[in-house]
Write a protein that binds this ligand. Sequence first.
Ligand code: C2E
Ligand code: MG
Ligand code: MG
Length: 573
Amino acid sequence: MIPENPTADSNIEEKCLKFFESSGCIFWDWDSKHDMAYFMTDSGTAESAESSKISCRNGLWWGLMHPADKERVKKALDFCLANKVPFFQASYRIKTGNGGYTRIMTKGVPAYDSDGCMERMTGFHVDVTIQKKYEDKLKRLINYDFLTNLPNRFIFMENMNKVLSDASKNGKRPAVFLLDIDNLESINSDYGYAVGDCVLKLAAKTLKKGIGEKGMISRIAGDEFVILQPDLGGINEAAKFARSLLQLFENPLRVHELKLCVTVCIGIAIYPENGNESETLLKNAGFAMRKAKSYGRHGFHFFERYNEMAQANRIQRDMKKALNREEFFLCYQPIVNAKTGRIVAMEALARWAHPERGIVCPGDFINVAEETNLIVPIGEYILRNACRQMKMWIDRGLDFCISVNVSPKQLQTPDFVGMVKNVLNECGLSPNCLYMEITENAIIRHFSETVKNLILLSKAGIKLALDDFGIGYSSLKYLKELPISMLKIDSAFVRSIDEEIDRAIIDLILALGKKMRYEVVAEGVELREQADFLKTMGCDLMQGFLFSEPLPADDIEKILRKDYIDITLLLNT
Ligand code: C2E
Ligand code: MG
Ligand code: MG
């Protein structure tokens, strides 16, 4: 097999050559004493070596090797010789006849003289270009997000751990930014998932360009990106960087002929004050991001350790006990027809009689209940109690509906509609006595997951109300797909009804309601003047402190038999 071997059988050589060619292997022998290498000729890589006989002294073989691979291969060879391991193995790129590179894997067995010096090495090359391509592809699939081509969460966390360990040694202050697209769900429902995917790709590209050389980015969930800046110095720099991220989305993203406005909310956690470990920092950036969302769209918020996490943890712990101890109760607030003075419905509003903190309002616990999924059992408890109460009122001859707020988390549970039907059966309440209120924002964000249950509820005879309407920045397109009966104009518009722009919005909602045959309720009516305005605009259904604050069932009963003629008669007609 080795040309210089005088005893080599040329027949065997021919057979072997055929075998090597079909197997894609090329055998070689390296005479290290004379520094010459011999190759089997006429095939693939050997051809590229120009000759079957190469002087290694001239460095020809090394000269054909890709410069970036040389050092590594030399290291592997030195390691083999120094440690006398049975064979040398390396994979590298080698120049082919056409000037390109092909990847080969080389394996060689050294032979030593009596002094322990290497005399020669015999081995083979095999072309592994295709295997390498598959390997790379597999690596990409495992380590990268297929849609945006960004490193996935696993790789990101690995790199983040390295950054944190460096920061602890060198006193650096890395910062984690969790960025969530506010309106991907509505883009998906308005234009389809293909457009949503393009938005994600563009957002990834935009962010990658915007974060600079040192920053790292990954997509860790559907519409959530995490960015790590290895050393930002402190809160001011972090705020500046967050503002620069928001600015990246100031121009609409172009997807084919569409121009889509994308807004994002960012939560920030800084090392080490907001956490020493990557998981903690990420979790706390998540807390801060949700806080940013609660303030509206397109903003950022810093994690405030003591206020937010401690409070959320405490609430979560207490809430679990509260359900068993029946600490949740309901207050009721009437929705009044200002034309007739009659109560149309009674909205059930949750309260928590906390043993230490007194009465806690939903604004302070519903969010945590949603994040921890406790809203599912709490929501069922509220629904059951509201339906029971309504049945008692009906039995006493009262004629209105009960309206219960529902969280999107509840609507996403698989047998939500079955549960509602059971509760109605159990309480002996007809489904058409029940309204379910869903906030506009919640529906848009979880449109595809909730729409099926909303349709089933409506088919079961339950009426649906869109709560806090007008502040959801939603497109109206989805409205026609939803079986809605009622729109509740957000109290923000009523509060500033004396401003022209807010009146114009209320006018638009009323016109929409008329066209689509929705009932329209104005929320948060506190003043006579507001009610006057609303009535002249044609909005008859109202809810607010002007008529009654939310009251426990016992107190509300005192005013139940009195209708609202006194107040409503005074209103302008
Ligand atoms: P919402 O459903 O829009 O309820 C109206 C909120 O406005 C209530 O706040 C009510 O007390 C308040 N309100 C009523 N009239 C007036 C007024 O004239 N002026 C002002 N300033 N406020 C008025 P509350 O009870 O604190 O509830 C806040 C929100 O918490 C509710 O907003 C609802 O989204 C949510 N929520 C309440 N109960 C439940 C529940 O049982 N389940 C779920 N998932 N959410 C609930
Ligand atoms: Mg409501
Ligand atoms: Mg509301």
